[in-house]
Design a protein around this ligand. Structure first.
Ligand code: BGC
Length: 268
């Protein structure tokens, strides 16, 4: 049977670890050739390990360094990918980070750093991807001219004290995603978000690393388990595939029910 993403080229940003690495592996299993993006030289080895795993599993991938908050870097990554593979079909706009601080202690650097990667980075990558989708129109590998999956968070709707920069960036991702989905739907470009809940990755290690932290965290998750990167990777494959061809401008919450107001489980 033909795999769902056979013959398609995907760029996954922030893919040297966590959700980005998980999405890269699932997309590759579904047949995509994956550009495993990593931000800085220190994360090169981790990205190369992701590539090695994909190749060992019979898939195709390369690693690529690019700081998504820098316009020239992003342009170079898209130009090189198109030069090497001919085009781009799928962008997983995943790169994201946290620099947490109580609001009155948050520095402008912490604010700008998080907004720069999480929101400006998604803008820059989406813009280059859409330019390429518009340039080559549709090709036979998919019903769509191109697909973008923005990695959002449950914090696009759940306020999060002590994380104003992060929550603001994800709220911004939500309306950027919907706005560009509206703008480019007539061109057969599909743009959606995934909003992960608590997925076990380095970004939230402190939230599940001990039994007591884990028990606290599970109170926020009706399904009573922490998510795994595969949960997100499989959702990304679906949103990138023609199985979701009529899905556009929506956020798919993959959160074990975290957005279901778990505090109201037995009260209220
Ligand atoms: C954050 C994690 C957090 C999760 C649920 C994610 O967007 O990056 O640190 O565990 O949301 O609160």
């Amino acid at each position: 049977m033909k795999r769902k993403l056979e013959g398609q080229i995907a760029i996954v940003t922030g893919a040297s670890s966590g959700i980005g690495a998980g999405c890269s592996k699932e997309l590759a299993k579904a047949g995509a050739t994956v550009v495993v993006n990593y931000p800085i030289a220190q994360t090169r080895e981790m990205a190369e390990k992701v590539v090695e795993e994909i190749v060992a599993d019979g898939g195709r991938a390369i690693s690529y360094q690019c700081d998504v908050s820098k316009e020239e870097d992003v342009k170079r990554m898209f130009a090189d990918t198109i030069g090497q593979f001919g085009t781009v079909d799928i962008l997983v706009n995943n790169a994201g980070l946290q620099k947490d601080a109580p609001f009155t202690e948050m520095t402008l650097d912490q604010w700008n750093f998080v907004l720069g990667v999480n929101l400006t980075g998604q803008f820059l990558c989406a813009r280059e991807a859409i330019k390429e989708f518009l340039r080559r129109i549709r090709r036979e590998v998919s019903c769509a001219a191109g697909k973008i999956i923005c990695m959002s968070s449950v914090h696009e709707v759940i306020p999060w004290a002590g994380h104003a920069n992060y929550a603001a960036s994800k709220g911004g991702v939500m309306l950027m995603m919907k706005t560009i989905a509206q703008e480019f739907a007539p061109k057969m470009i599909r743009i959606n978000s995934i909003a992960p809940g608590a997925i076990a990755t380095p970004i939230n290690h402190d939230a599940w690393d001990t039994q007591s932290h884990l028990q606290e965290l599970l109170k926020l998750i009706p399904q009573k388990r922490v998510g795994q990167v595969e949960d997100i990777g499989k959702a990304a494959v679906w949103l990138a595939s023609d199985d979701s061809d009529y899905v556009n401008g929506t956020t798919l919450f993959v959160d074990g029910g975290m957005t279901l107001y778990p505090g109201f489980e037995d009260n209220g």
